[in-house]
Write a protein that binds this ligand. Sequence first.
Ligand code: XMP
Length: 334
Amino acid sequence: TWTSGNVVEQLVEEIRAQVGEDRVLCGLSGGVDSSVAAALVQRAVGDQLTCVFVDHGLLREGEAEQVEQDFVDATGVDLVVVDARERFLSALAGVSDPEEKRKIIGREFIRVFEQAARDVVRAHEGEGQDGDRHHDHPVKWLVQGTLYPDVVESGGGSGAANIKSHHNVGGLPEDLQFKLIEPLRMLFKDEVRQVGLELGVPEGIVWRQPFPGPGLGIRIVGEVTAERLAVLRRADAIAREELTRAGLDREIWQCPVVLLADVRSVGVQGDGRTYGHPVVLRPVSSEDAMTADWTRVPYEILARISSRITNEVEDVNRVVLDVTSKPPGTIEWE
Ligand code: XMP
């Protein structure tokens, strides 16, 4: 019978057999799949695993801490955090075009991850001579949080492959040859969540809704700046808090909050005129993100979100609701 306990036990044994005493590298995004995959490998081979987390500064409130503190506390994983916030901000300076932003974020991410991966590999190379058993073997494996639907979609394939042949794998060093270890490749999303809970992965990560790799960078319509990120991060945190409080997290696939940074409108607050920015709420219901419908969030909840955001977030004086399905709209605005 399928229990998360049995599955964990079986996968742990498979990973141990596969990896032996080699070292393993894993890129953490803060999402469900990479987190559960890392936790499984950690359970199997302990400190033979090193995780790398690139903080690009485009994450939502609390997300970096969730990885850096909660996840590490819960799993005991060896984590390298790269603070690349300044680097991404400079690279994005002056850029408003959505595709351009996506390209820049993707490119910078690869560069930062490559460098971190090289550093990890170098740190663990040639350590065999001193006889330290844990470090006798160079880094050879890369963990991927590939799920069963991804495997089916790409027409199957063996567990080990040259990294170049896998495009779903963001940010891979081209000149480093890894064998891929994909412990979740027989699981569906709901099973991955059960396994994550079994392994003690924090619930905030296990139940996380989808969040795009380019993060808040593609939820600011206009140039991305530190100030605008701070505004959006606050508005997003309020919307998430109220949707969670209303018990809507499982009903809503995700709810992007978008800052229209190049738009201003007139408002009135207290006894003064304001001239601030609108934010858009984009709650959607979906099965697979290929199509989506806008979620009919109860008016009282929308009202609470709207009044909190306009009261608590400086520079935002208007909250609007996106009532477009996909198609014709995409889920994200950029
Ligand atoms: P769209 O906007 O195309 O989004 O309807 C569909 C789903 O994909 C997510 N998304 C991304 N995820 N990297 C990701 O990992 C990306 O560049 C990216 N762009 C969109 C989006 O949040 C939605 O769940």
